[in-house]
Design a binder for this molecule. Structure first.
Ligand SMILES: Nc1nc2c(ncn2[C@@H]2O[C@H](COP(=O)(O)OP(=O)(O)OP(=O)(O)O)[C@@H](O)[C@H]2O)c(=O)[nH]1
Ligand SMILES: [Mg+2]
Length: 305
């Protein structure tokens, strides 16, 4: 319960922009109104504005119309409770957690476009696993910029975990070494940082596939998770990114960074609805503590609190 309260208040704070813009707007839009075609139009527009995506917005409005016809719901104010119940249904139980290896090393590959929040999100995961008593190793496979390796090293120092880097410029070689090191040192989790790339850059997407293949050859059943970091402030383009990365590296889940920086937290719903990928974690700030596992119950309650 204490854990729930902490997660709840962190999320509520992180979602404050979405809350004031989307939920605030929704409440005043619904107040004192009957459920009719006009209200349904306004609701659909509000949901689309909050980045839920057209498909999810349409689906929710259709379900609302049905619920109204069946007399489960009478007036505008009831729509909030209806939305809460509907939204909570979007994410199955299997969505919630990291798929850890049954025994031995768990490998998590992290990818995304430039500046999405990959390195920071890795620090957040590393810190969480470290708190749980796991031995964590980071692989600095963003070899494009010296500053990228430096950034990851600083996080590793702060968290107190090891980092594998190399002098060479080949990310596949770094990941090869990192897999060996993680096994030799009996690490529980290997987190792989990669360079940012646009989902439209074929050669760079192939490089990512290569990194993935090296991991798969070195460690049985690896990578256990392929997390795509999406910047919550990018809006619907995040959906296109997800589709392209899914094609290249079989993404298993989303780390949705910068949820604190957007007024359109509805993107969480669009990701589920439009790409059918689970959001596993949300980033809520710039320190390594600003992370929460994505739990729909807590998320929806915090959003409408
Ligand atoms: N407010 C907020 N800022 C974040 C969050 N996650 C990352 N950032 C910031 O976003 C910026 C980019 O983060 P990085 O982690 O360097 O992103 P990256 O994807 O590794 O970037 P490249 O390696 O250059 O492609 C930094 O200023 C971070 O502090 C978050 O959840 N909330
Ligand atoms: Mg980075």
């Amino acid at each position: 319960m204490a854990l729930f309260k902490k997660a709840f208040s962190k999320l509520a704070k992180g979602l404050s922009r979405t809350k004031s813009r989307f939920v605030g707007g929704l409440r005043s839009m619904l107040a004192g109104r009957q459920i009719d075609a006009d209200l349904l139009d306004d609701l659909e527009a509000t949901l689309i504005q909050a980045d839920l995506g057209v498909a999810a917005a349409t689906r929710i409005c259709q379900d609302l119309q049905t619920a109204h016809k069946e007399k489960h719901i009478a007036k505008g104010e009831d729509v909030i409770d209806f939305l809460k119940t509907e939204l909570k249904k979007y994410w199955p139980e299997s969505d919630r957690s990291i798929n850890f290896a049954e025994s031995g090393l768990t490998v998590i590959l992290v990818a995304g476009i430039n500046g999405a929040g990959k390195t920071t999100s890795i620090a957040k995961l590393a810190w969480q696993f470290h708190q749980e008593g796991k031995k964590v190793i980071l692989a600095a496979c963003d070899t494009f910029r010296a500053a990228a390796v430096e950034q990851l090293s600083i996080w590793a120092d702060r968290i107190g975990c090891e980092i594998i880097k190399s002098s060479g410029g080949d990310p596949a070689a770094v990941v090869f070494d990192a897999c060996d090191a993680a096994v030799a040192r009996k690490a529980d989790v290997l987190l792989i940082d990669t360079a940012g790339r646009l989902h439209t850059q074929d050669n760079l997407m192939r490089e990512l596939t290569k990194i993935r293949d090296v991991v798969a050859r070195k460690i049985p059943d690896a990578p256990h998770e392929v997390l795509l970091v999406l910047d919550a402030t990018t809006g619907q383009n995040a959906i296109n990114q997800a589709k392209a990365f899914l094609d290249a590296i079989d993404v298993t889940g989303i780390f949705l960074a910068k949820l604190d920086g957007t007024a359109k937290g509805g993107i969480v719903v669009a990701i589920r609805n439009d790409v059918n990928l689970p959001v596993k974690f949300v980033g809520l700030g710039e320190t390594y503590e600003d992370v929460e596992p994505f739990d729909p119950e807590t998320f929806v309650e915090a959003l409408f609190a």
